[in-house]
Design a protein around this ligand. Structure first.
Ligand code: 5AD
Ligand code: SF4
Length: 415
């Protein structure tokens, strides 16, 4: 979601004649787009702002947008008095106001819902993958999560508005659509229908969505994995923990049997589907045996491409006030154990791909310029021996694999 927000800010400002630069020392406007999900990222924002203040041109405008802006509000001006603007994740469309009135301080951390989608000019980007948000906010209120505070209640965008964005993206050359939302499968106007409608567009070849809440996987959506070939065989469906007690304290009241049942249903309609998860280790009160249950389920489901985090207490969340906070050293040990399991899952799945030919989306050259980077239908990275981007969709034969990525060679151009 943050990446999407960043892209929209860039295209909005480029539309007003500004030119994008990475150079803080020469920029006229510096924007730090921020994430508040974990404390470390949040803390880094202020040290980074201090560095920017010392390196920027004296008259350059600078400020923060995103969830840390919402978390800190006017306090951000107290911490860094030279800041020119502080705009929350639902008010960054107001950024041009600072250009019109550079001497005023701009503060807006309101939860203005879906307003930004109407206010932002249409995207002029032409990437192969278009990220399209279909909802804002989240109603789940997991006890560790700051998102319901920073992004507010869950609101679903209009079906027709989303489809307009999909068609614009297709016109701009997108071949893959990724629908975004904190709870994307809870989209009120039917994610399954959105996918079906999007799949009718000839030039769109791949469709995916992230991130899904387990109990909101409707039978219609599950069945679609078996009938819609453009829907990629890959699903991020965070379980967070394998312990029923921890899940209850996280306010994620789903039954693990139900979760496993959904995975089995998905596998029966789409045998090659792979599941990815997010995990939190060291949640308050997590015992060794709770943690073992998380490791067991990570192995049992065989998750790939997953994310694991040490629990981080966040302001405005219930879990931050829970007793039995876990010492940092224990969190660190547990994270290492879980990461080793997740890495082994990746290695095994990657190695099982050797010798197979698969349709991959070409992203562009790597840093050396000697290889192309591409994505398999399961979102693994493939490194290909070729330096020029020939076509966006290639049939690639996998020749080698390790725990992080695959190596491959182009068999034929698909598009
Ligand atoms: N501490 C650690 N990880 C968190 N996440 C959300 N809040 C926290 C927190 N307080 C993780 C969850 C979520 C992902 C986006 O970030 O795993 O799925
Ligand atoms: Fe946060 Fe996701 Fe839970 Fe919503 S469902 S509160 S975004 S972790």
């Amino acid at each position: 979601m943050n990446v999407y927000d960043g892209q929209r800010i860039v295209s909005m400002l480029c539309g007003r004649g500004l030119i994008q630069t990475e150079n803080v020392a020469t920029a006229d406007l510096i924007i730090l787009n921020t994430c508040a999900v974990r404390e470390k990222a949040s803390n880094k924002v202020f040290s980074e702002l201090g560095r920017i203040r010392d390196r920027k041109k004296p008259d350059a405008l600078f400020g923060i947008v995103g969830c840390v802006a919402r978390e800190e509000g006017a306090n951000a001006f107290r911490r860094i008095p030279e800041l020119n603007f502080v705009l929350g994740p639902q008010s960054y469309h107001k950024l041009p106001e600072i250009l019109d009135n550079p001497d005023a301080r701009l503060l807006n951390v309101d939860l203005s819902g879906l307003e930004k989608f109407d206010a932002l000019p249409p995207s002029t980007e032409s990437p192969a993958v278009a990220y399209i948000p279909i909802q804002e906010g989240c109603d789940h209120c997991c006890t560790y999560c700051i998102v319901p505070y920073t992004r507010g209640r869950e609101l679903s965008r209009d079906f027709d508005d989303v489809m307009r964005d999909v068609l614009d993206a297709a016109d701009n050359g997108a071949i893959e659509i990724c629908f975004l939302g904190q709870n994307v499968n809870g989209y009120k106007n039917s994610l399954a229908n959105l996918i079906r409608e999007t799949a009718k567009i000839d030039s769109i070849k791949r469709i995916r969505f992230t991130s899904s809440y387990p109990t909101e996987m409707s039978d219609d959506l599950i069945a679609l994995f078996g009938t819609e070939p453009k829907l990629l065989p890959f699903l991020n469906m965070p379980i967070q923990s394998g312990s029923p007690d921890v899940l209850t304290r996280m306010n994620r009241p789903y039954n693990l049997d139900l979760y496993i049942d959904i995975v089995n249903k998905l596998r029966s309609v789409r045998p090659d589907i792979q599941i990815s998860s997010d995990f939190i280790v060291g949640f308050p009160g997590e015992t060794d045996s709770d943690f073992e249950m998380t490791c067991d389920i990570a192995q049992k489901i065989g998750y790939i491409n997953s994310y694991s985090f040490k629990y981080s207490p966040r302001p405005h969340t219930a879990a931050a006030l829970m007793k039995d906070q876990i010492p940092e050293s224990v969190k660190k040990q547990r994270l290492k154990i879980l990461d080793d399991i997740l890495t082994e899952n990746n290695r095994q799945f990657n190695e099982s791909c050797i010798g197979k030919t698969m349709s991959c989306l070409v992203e562009g050259p790597d840093k050396t310029g000697r290889h192309l980077l591409a994505r398999t239908p399961w979102m693994q990275q493939v490194i290909v021996n070729a330096s020029t981007k020939t076509a966006p969709l290639q049939s690639i034969r996998i020749t080698n694999a390790n725990k992080c990525s695959l190596r491959g060679e182009i068999v034929k151009t698909e598009l």
